[in-house]
Design a binder for this molecule. Structure first.
Ligand code: AP5
Length: 199
């Protein structure tokens, strides 16, 4: 029985992680887990966790690592039980998260087959997020200062995570400054090359 896809999407704000995740999950029959969506749902529901993380999200800062790991671990195990795979979007975002995820993944035999990153010029990221602010009204798209801060946080905290996965030999870089369908096709082709046609 071939293995189902286990993959991570790590890319800057506005690069298209959420947009691409739906098509990838449909293609590979796995579950989409977005840490950003999970946190926004907690905030909207007014839970204790939501109250704890709301300020971080509004400012465009990262939620503390220990809070993230607790949430992600349970969701990944659920997804694996339901679909045999996962597509994790927005995690890990720090080297500490990556090292912890790798250790757990190896221990449990559930490490990601591949890590996809989307490359988009900074000015295009900003334009996409400003456009989305009109369409969706997300609090962290609200002003230019917060958008730029989120991109800076990515460059400072998360870009080193990409080097970490390059070192593990699993990073796939995709040019995402082109139409959505082209990015989808490139992503699916690259992931098929890793997990095989029947996954
Ligand atoms: P998260 O929800 O992950 O937000 P983000 O990384 O800022 O990413 P976005 O959702 O803004 O962008 P995206 O890449 O998904 O792009 P999208 O497809 O929407 O995280 C939010 C917050 O949660 C963080 O700031 C942090 O506080 C917290 N958090 C989450 N994970 C954490 C972690 N692991 N550790 C600590 N804290 C964490 O596309 C954007 C727009 O562009 C859309 O309008 C779309 O239609 C458009 N678009 C997409 N692709 C294209 C294309 N190819 N051409 C033209 N337009 C396009």
């Amino acid at each position: 029985m071939p293995e189902r896809l286990r993959a991570l999407l790590i890319a800057p704000p506005g690069a298209g992680k959420g947009t691409q995740a739906t098509a990838i999950c449909e293609e590979f029959g796995v579950e989409h887990i977005s840490t950003g969506d999970l946190f926004r749902a907690e905030v909207a529901a007014g839970t204790a966790l939501g109250r704890q993380v709301a300020g971080y999200l509004d400012r465009g800062d990262l939620v503390p690592d220990d809070v993230v790991l607790e949430l992600v671990r349970a969701k990944v195990i659920d997804a694996l039980e339901r679909t045999g795979g996962y597509l994790l979007d927005g995690y890990p975002r720090t080297l500490a998260q990556a090292e912890e995820a790798h250790a757990i993944g190896v221990q449990m035999g559930i490490s990601a087959h591949a890590v996809v990153t989307y490359e988009v010029p900074r000015d295009v990221l900003v334009a996409r997020l400003q456009e989305r602010a009109h369409l969706e009204g997300r609090a962290d798209d609200d002003d230019l200062k917060t958008i730029l801060h989120r991109i800076d946080v990515f460059d400072r905290e998360t870009a080193p995570v990409l080097d970490y996965y390059t070192g593990l030999g699993v990073l796939i870089r995709i040019d995402a400054n082109r139409p959505v369908a082209d990015v989808t096709a490139a992503t699916i082709a690259a992931l098929r090359a890793v997990v095989g046609a029947s996954a």
